[in-house]
Design a protein around this ligand. Sequence first.
Ligand SMILES: C[S@@+](CC[C@H](N)C(=O)[O-])C[C@H]1O[C@@H](n2cnc3c(N)ncnc32)[C@H](O)[C@@H]1O
Length: 247
Amino acid sequence: MEAMIANAVRLSFSENVQPESLAKTSFMYWAMQRPAFAQAHAARQLYVLNQLNVMRPGKGSISTVNEFFGGVGIGSAIVQKLFQPTRHCVFEVDAQCLEHLQRQSFSPGLTVQYGDAVDTMLECGYADLMFCDFPKFNPLDISGWQAQLDHVFGLRPKAVYLNDTSFWSRHLHQERYAGPLNKAALRSDGEYIMAYSEKMRADYGYAVLAVAIHRGASFLYVPALTVAHPTVTRIKRPAAEEAMRIW
Ligand SMILES: C[S@@+](CC[C@H](N)C(=O)[O-])C[C@H]1O[C@@H](n2cnc3c(N)ncnc32)[C@H](O)[C@@H]1O
């Protein structure tokens, strides 16, 4: 399988990988066996990261990036296209994803290495963009990643990407998800998004600039003095296919 990300960066998937042998927990499985899911995931990342260029031109460019969950490199390719960073550190723990990432033709400033986010998010140095595309994350996971989030936001990056893999189930867990976001209940997607923004603003001084939704949700946080309504998009199939062309 070949893919073109954001009409700019090509990813080649090995012909030797037997998709049926991949664990469903591996992002490689999703990329190769559920390409429509991967395309929507590409569009989510592309939309929110591009908002940095659209909504904050001149607020300082992104020239250094720490990417803690590399996956199959869709997000890495988007970062390369949008920002051309001089230093882009990509970490991953899955052996197949690592081997795949190392085979791609990214720019020389991009390095790929094994790194468990439990440690890398806790020990990293400053980067303009902290890219945290968790394999699983919802409000109930905040406390488990507290030390890592404290460190990442504490470095005062220009932007932080965080996702929520459970966004689709928000309506099923209104009270459970509300507690960690300091609310009694979250009755709509809008309330859920604003609750994240208010919590991160109170804890770290960052608010949500942009959100993209397709089952899960991608959030882009920037330093903010107040919480404003972010730009929100729901990813539809044409945008997904445009973000990641597959053949
Ligand atoms: C949602 S995917 C990232 C997708 C990536 N943004 C892309 O576009 O290809 C999450 C990735 O995190 C990896 N992962 C899971 N636990 C990890 C950990 N503790 N440290 C680093 N990576 C981890 C998984 O193997 C998976 O590839």
